[in-house]
Design a protein around this ligand. Structure first.
Ligand code: F6R
Length: 601
């Protein structure tokens, strides 16, 4: 259960476990499953414990096929109760397979695509007694994305895993081996892991791990050592992972910068597998990402275009491949993903590669699918992000995008070395700026308490403050379940201003004073909403007092260059959303209807 709990962030609408009961006269599968969070499953197990066993599988689910209820919870068994299967992903041809099985007389009890696999395996094992081989044969009939883990009462010492598109990692212990969708599942037992490749099947016993392709050919595997320890993956004394992760942001930013430049400010990116010549050819950049990661991309656009003079578009990954985008080998497609498993982003990336673009990913999860399928990668070093709402992942993504922009500027010569070194110098001061915002969090929490009855909250920003406004609104929507919207402040008069009514809180991110013209315009925008009754909460840098007369509340920001301002301005908006959600009694780490890794399109 410990391993399952650490995976609960990946999905939590039901859970289940199955073990091979070897104490029975004939080994059988014993199982328990329950809708809701793992605490419900634990309740069932406390009342009716499963017999002790050294072979078992477990699952925590985020529903795709079939409602989140007890019957649809995994594991799924074949009709004889001999085989237990857990599954992540979607088997796209399951309806055809199910119809085939039903025509042959199989009775399926759930609405899931997973149960089909248990029944297919039942039939296959009659012809092919070896579980590994039977799984390989069944996998060849499946279409879509899947990670499968299977136990068979008739082969009690073996667990078999298979993966296509969805993640699966092997943990190598001493006299014990593990499978998990990520290393958090087994990190308390071992930090030695093996990543499974695409279309591979793994057969584990206590002492052995055997990996093959779906065709049975032996596969080369890449063992690696996991640096995260158990405590890094746990809450560390905070009420919510999100709070812990917000507080880890100075470290996440510092770690993402670490080792990426020489003392004199020359960029060096070890995982940049694209040569300088290849990078010099790039004449267009397209950033693809989803949700918060796409807002990191929007922030990056300002910096990348400014530093490199290369046009940079930002596109939602889910839209990208459906609009016939103009891509060629001189296009650099940048996929941003904290988890490295977001299916929309992965599919957009694959499309870009088919069109012969170069693909670079910015990712927080080592060994995940998106970086593995990219030509180059810049890892963010934020550590595991477990709260569903991204915080430290977002800031680290922005920093990694800056590193990319500066690296391109260095290679293409669009910035002098001393200019790049100066920007790096400013970036190195950012962790202290974030820390200051964290030290100021109690004031923001008090503000959340004052606004706890708000029914709608608006966020305005211009330039890099615009994506910050979008991110502030997204955090509030997903955590506090409130109507919240972010706007480019200049758009206000084109419609959204009609939303302003007496008492509506409006957060405004004011650009640094250095951007005089912009700043004046934002000040006018603040006055416009305030004169219509809005309660204005203004985020403005130290020493800038021009907006004070139009501000009901002021949140001070440290003085930083405009392009870097999102790294400090986002923090109070995260704190605000987290506090408001807590006050409203919501589960901050696992907001309703959401999952951390969205591995379906
Ligand atoms: C919001 C949030 C999501 C993710 C999005 C992409 O707080 O976390 O919007 O940013 O689902 O996820 P990744 O970065 O894992 O691709």
């Amino acid at each position: 259960m410990g391993g399952l709990r650490r995976l609960e962030y990946r999905g939590y609408d039901s859970g289940g476990v199955a073990i091979v009961d070897t104490a029975a006269t004939t080994p059988t599968i014993a199982w328990a499953k329950k809708a809701g969070k793992l605490a419900n499953l634990q309740g069932v197990l406390d009342e009716q414990p499963l017999p002790p066993s050294s072979t078992g599988i477990g699952h925590t689910r985020w529903a795709t096929h079939g409602a989140p209820n007890d019957v649809n919870a995994h594991p799924h068994l074949d009709a004889d109760g001999r085989i237990a299967v857990v599954h992540n992903g979607i088997i796209e041809n399951f309806a055809v397979l199910r119809a085939e099985l039903e025509a042959e007389g199989h009775e399926l009890v759930s609405e899931t695509d997973t149960e089909v696999v248990a029944h297919l395996l039942h039939d296959e094992l009659e012809r092919t007694p070896d579980l590994g081989e039977a799984v390989r044969l069944v996998c060849r009939r499946l279409e879509g994305a899947f990670t499968l883990v299977i136990a068979d009462a008739a082969q009690p010492d073996v667990v078999v895993g298979a993966r296509r598109n969805s993640p699966l990692v092997v943990g190598r212990g001493d006299g014990e081996n593990f499978l998990g969708s990520d290393v958090a599942a087994f990190i308390e037992y071992t930090r030695d892991a093996i990543e499974l490749g695409q279309d591979q099947v793994v057969v584990i016993t206590a002492d052995d791990v055997e990996v093959t392709g779906f065709d049975g050919s032996p596969a080369e595997v890449t063992p690696y050592h996991v640096d995260w320890d158990v405590s890094a993956a746990e809450k560390g004394g905070y009420d919510w992972y999100m709070l812990k992760e917000i507080d880890e942001q100075p470290q996440a930013v510092a770690d993402t910068l670490l080792g990426r430049h020489t003392p004199d400010g020359r960029l060096q990116l070890d995982e940049m597998r694209l040569s300088d010549d290849e990078l010099r050819e790039i004449d267009k950049i397209i950033i693809i990402a989803c949700g918060t990661a796409s807002y990191a991309g929007l922030v990056a656009k300002y910096a990348i275009e400014h530093w490199t003079r290369v046009p940079c578009e930002v596109e939602l990954a889910s839209e990208f491949r459906y609009r016939d985008p103009i891509i060629d080998p001189r296009t650099l497609v940048v996929a941003i993903s904290q988890s490295g498993e977001t299916m929309d982003t992965l599919m957009a990336l694959r499309y870009a590669r088919q069109q012969r673009a170069r693909v670079l990913s910015i990712c927080n999860t080592n060994g995940s699918t998106i970086p593995r399928e990219s030509d180059a990668v810049i890892y963010t070093h934020a550590g595991p992000e477990i709260a569903v709402a991204s915080t430290k992942g977002f800031l680290a993504q922005i920093v990694a995008c800056y590193l990319l922009g500066l690296y391109l500027a260095q290679v293409k010569g669009t910035k002098y070395g001393d200019e790049i070194a100066a920007i790096i110098g400013e970036l190195e001061k950012i962790p202290a700026g974030i820390q200051r915002m964290l030290d100021d969090a109690p004031r923001v929490r008090k503000l959340a308490a004052d606004l706890v009855d708000a029914r709608s909250v608006l966020f305005l920003g211009r330039h890099t403050g615009y994506p910050v406004a979008l991110e502030g609104a997204l955090k509030l929507k997903e955590l506090a379940y409130l109507h919240a919207e972010g706007f480019a402040a200049g758009e206000l008069k084109h419609g959204p201003i009609a939303l302003i009514e007496e008492g509506v809180p409006v957060f405004v991110v004011v650009p640094p004073k250095a951007r005089d013209q912009l700043q004046d315009k934002v000040v006018s925008n603040i006055q416009e909403v305030r004169s219509r009754g809005a309660r204005t909460i203004v985020l403005v840098e130290d020493g800038d007092d021009d907006v004070l007369s139009a501000a009901d509340e002021v949140i001070r920001l440290p003085k930083v260059p405009t392009l870097l301002q999102p790294l400090v301005a986002t923090v109070p908006l995260q704190v605000f959303a987290c506090e408001l959600a807590t006050l409203l009694g919501h589960d901050v780490d696992q907001p309703r209807n959401l999952a951390k890794s969205v591995t379906v399109e």
